[in-house]
Design a protein around this ligand. Structure first.
Ligand code: SF4
Ligand code: SF4
Length: 70
């Protein structure tokens, strides 16, 4: 899976981190948002839905490995 943040759109508001169930583990807000530790992400897409700038793109696809859907 993959989470991309459009750095041109992101304002660093931190809403994605607040909204994400694993926000403290995944989201690093340092002027711009960055998703790290994606092994904790369960692809709920809440972050993408909450971002006021629509800067987040959550994709289930991964170039290297397949993600199991449990
Ligand atoms: S909610 Fe959107 S604009 Fe706000 S920090 Fe997260 S990615 Fe950036
Ligand atoms: S998809 Fe869900 S778990 Fe993953 S970063 Fe976004 S809000 Fe967090």
């Amino acid at each position: 899976m993959n989470i991309q943040v459009d750095k041109d759109k992101c304002t660093g508001c931190g809403i994605c981190k607040e909204a994400c169930p694993k926000g403290a583990k995944i989201w690093d807000i340092n002027k711009k948002a960055m998703a790290t530790n994606l092994q904790y992400c369960h692809i709920c897409t809440i972050c993408a839905g909450k971002c006021p700038e629509q800067a987040i793109h959550v994709s289930r696809e991964d170039n290297n490995e397949k993600t199991k859907n449990e």
